[in-house]
Ligand binder design. Structure first.
Ligand code: C2E
Ligand code: CA
Ligand code: CA
Length: 645
């Protein structure tokens, strides 16, 4: 009895969702209810008609009314989906109990009134079948199942007893024992049902939790790539046709430097702060995601381009507002690319590609910028793809060659070195700038083969020059990190029979930023062999003076933007002066790049630069012209030397 009560009432403690599922089982298949009702009405009405007793006729009429009302309500309830569980249950209970009672009472009456055998058979069979069948059908709610079982079965049992004959008493007892057996079966079915529903619920909830986890980024709590995809697909599906979807692709500028200099923890904190700011500044229902590394994507509906632009500026301002991470006060800038759907792309892939291309434009244009997609970007992409495909063949087809640009002593005017600059003469596209194809080579890894070839060619040319003229070769970061990189260079020198001290490798600061062991041993190994190093493009990057102490640079090349470009002015003159005096102290030469006019030459010489390079002296020329320049210079100097000697 205790376990029965426990089972009956523990359901109250059950999670409401499980309970609801169980209650809903009552309303599934209202057709079974209808069939039962029809059978009930038919048998009781026929029995009443055969018997001809008013009491039985009244009972049959009452039963028919209840049965019809139940079928009707069951169909109505099924349509209203969001009713509350308790109301559903109560409704069902009232109908179920009254119908079961009517079935039981009709059977009891037929027995009690000594109705014709066929009428007794009809009503009693109806009550038995109904009681047993309903206990199984409604096992999802045992209170109802057992209640109906008792109400349908007990009145005829009592009526059998009251008949008092031996046969009727045996009948009463044998029917009565069916009742507890059926209760047991109903409870068993209920337990199994409840447990499996609960288990299904638990695993469904677990699956949902896992899905949320799989779709979010741990560092920032934003959506990750998978989450972004999922949400964008859903967004598009529910978007009104007259609205636009703006997709902002944001890339933090120089985030790698923060990571490398301040550590990954600070980097992560910074990302989390940027995420927070983006979440706060974007409209309520925006999608905000971290797209890996230091890239973020924001998507939101917008009325037009102007609105998107305004939001873009707000986001950029938010990101670049100084932030405090631990002890550090950090400032980070960002580049942004924007694509609009449907203007720039009809589907998600096209939209993402549009924003990506726009971002690329922002980065190429010097970062810290916002660019909207425009169709010319696709053409550039196509060209990039072509370059990527053709670069592999360019070496084999002999389309690449090395040009040499003199680096001149600003005191004497003599050529002290040549910088090797690669050129690609494409049969259809004409001359391609290294700025266009070197980044592609870096992306595809082709730079390793290409770089080795350049070093070899440059060294071979330099071997023919006078011994005091050196050759400068540009190195990409990837070349330095490749295994056996130092050995490759030493081999190239040996093959060309060039003294290591006549080779100068130009590297940019980005190479040094990651403090990798490989970079350090590469530089040290080659420096020990006598190879020299120059710090290229000084002033455009991080410009950390710490590197100058740490690595054996013999030259600093001040970027041409300080000489002829954007930075030109008093301030850049002061910077050149400062770098020059530091170079003098550390025993390094300072090269001014991009000298195009005599004024510039005079200015940088006055500021303390010792060497100069630029169109004023010469453009990069093929090897035979480089050799000719040197020969002319020697010719000019020969009389002087003879005179001096
Ligand atoms: P960089 O190392 O700063 O090379 C100097 C660039 O400035 C060269 O462009 C040169 O032609 C250009 N230049 C020289 N004098 C002047 C001037 O007076 N005015 C102006 N406006 N420009 C001048 P280039 O050859 O197009 O090379 C561009 C960049 O491509 C180089 O910049 C270098 O970073 C890269 N690069 C070139 N050749 C190689 C190479 O063989 N290997 C690698 N890894 N990178 C290379
Ligand atoms: Ca260079
Ligand atoms: Ca340079």
């Amino acid at each position: 009895m205790r376990t029965l009560l426990q089972v009956l009432f523990r359901t109250n403690a059950l999670d409401d969702r499980v309970r609801r599922t169980l209650v809903e089982t009552l309303y599934t298949q209202p057709s079974s209810l209808a069939i039962g009702a029809l059978g009930g009405i038919a048998t009781t009405c026929v029995a009443a008609w055969v018997t001809g007793q008013p009491a039985l006729t009244d009972a049959a009429a009452a039963l028919s009314i209840v049965a019809l009302a139940r079928v009707l309500t069951a169909y109505l309830m099924r349509r209203r989906e969001r009713r509350d569980t308790r109301a559903l249950e109560l409704f069902f209970e009232i109908g179920a109990f009254s119908y079961a009672l009517m079935v039981g009472v009709v059977a009891a009456l037929a027995v009690h009134l000594d109705a014709p055998t066929v009428a007794q058979l009809m009503t009693v069979c109806n009550a038995m079948c109904y009681g047993v069948g309903i206990a199984a059908r409604n096992a999802g709610r045992p209170v109802i199942a057992i209640g109906q079982l008792l109400l349908a079965m007990m009145p005829p049992v009592i009526a059998f007893f009251m008949q008092g004959t031996f046969a009727y008493i045996v009948l009463a007892i044998s029917v009565a024992i069916v009742v507890p057996a059926m209760i047991g079966i109903a409870l068993n079915v209920f337990r199994t049902l409840r447990n499996s529903i609960a288990a299904a619920e638990t695993s469904a909830r677990l699956a949902q939790k896992m899905q949320v986890l799989a779709r979010s980024d741990v560092v920032t709590g934003l959506l990750n790539r998978a989450g972004l995809n999922h949400e964008l697909v859903e967004r598009l599906a529910r978007m009104a046709p007259d609205r636009k979807l703006a997709l902002f692709w944001i890339d933090l500028d120089r985030f790698k430097e923060v990571n490398d200099t301040l550590g990954h923890q600070v980097g992560d904190r910074l990302l989390a702060e940027v995420a927070n700011r983006l979440r706060n500044i974007t409209p309520e229902d925006s999608t905000v995601a971290r797209f890996g590394g230091d890239e973020f994507i924001v998507a939101c509906e917008t009325a037009d381009r102007r609105e998107a632009e305004m939001l873009a500026h707000q986001m950029m301002d938010e990101i670049s507002r100084p932030m405090r991470v631990d002890e550090d006060r950090l400032e980070i800038a960002a580049s942004m690319g924007i694509g609009l759907l449907p203007d720039d792309g009809e589907d998600l892939d096209a939209l993402l590609q549009a924003a990506d291309l726009a971002l690329y434009r922002s980065k190429v244009n010097g970062r810290k910028q916002i660019s909207f997609f425009d169709p010319s970007m696709t053409r550039n992409l196509v060209r990039r793809r072509e370059i990527e495909a053709e670069l592999r063949l360019a070496l084999q087809r002999d389309e690449l060659s090395i040009f040499f640009q003199p680096i001149v002593d600003l005191e004497t005017g003599r050529i002290r070195a040549f910088e090797a600059l690669v050129r690609w003469f494409h049969p259809e596209k004409g001359e391609l700038r290294p700025d266009e194809f070197i980044p592609v080579a870096e992306e595809t890894g082709a730079i390793i083969t290409l770089g080795n070839w350049i070093t070899g060619q440059a060294a071979r040319a330099a071997a023919h020059w006078p011994e005091d003229v050196t050759i400068a070769v540009n190195l990409s970061p990837l070349q330095i990190k490749a295994p056996g990189a130092a050995l490759g260079i030493l081999n190239a020198l040996r093959d060309a029979r060039l003294e290591p001290s006549r080779l100068e490798l130009e590297i940019t600061e980005t190479v040094l930023l990651d403090h990798s062991q490989n970079t350090e041993s590469f530089i040290n190994e080659l420096a020990q062999a006598g190879v020299r190093f120059a710090l290229d493009d000084f002033g455009t990057g991080y410009s950390s003076l710490g590197y100058l102490n740490k690595y054996p640079f013999s030259k600093i090349k001040v970027d041409r933007s300080f000489v002829s470009g954007i930075h030109q002015g008093k301030k850049s003159r002061a910077i050149i002066r400062a770098v020059s005096s530091m170079g003098a102290t550390l025993g390094m030469e300072i090269v001014a790049e991009g000298l195009e006019t005599l004024e510039q030459v005079n200015a940088v010489r006055e500021a303390g630069c010792t060497l100069g390079q630029g169109y004023y002296f010469s453009r990069a020329v093929p090897d035979y012209l480089a050799a000719m320049l040197l020969a002319k210079e020697r010719e000019r100097d020969e009389p002087k030397r003879l005179a001096n000697g």
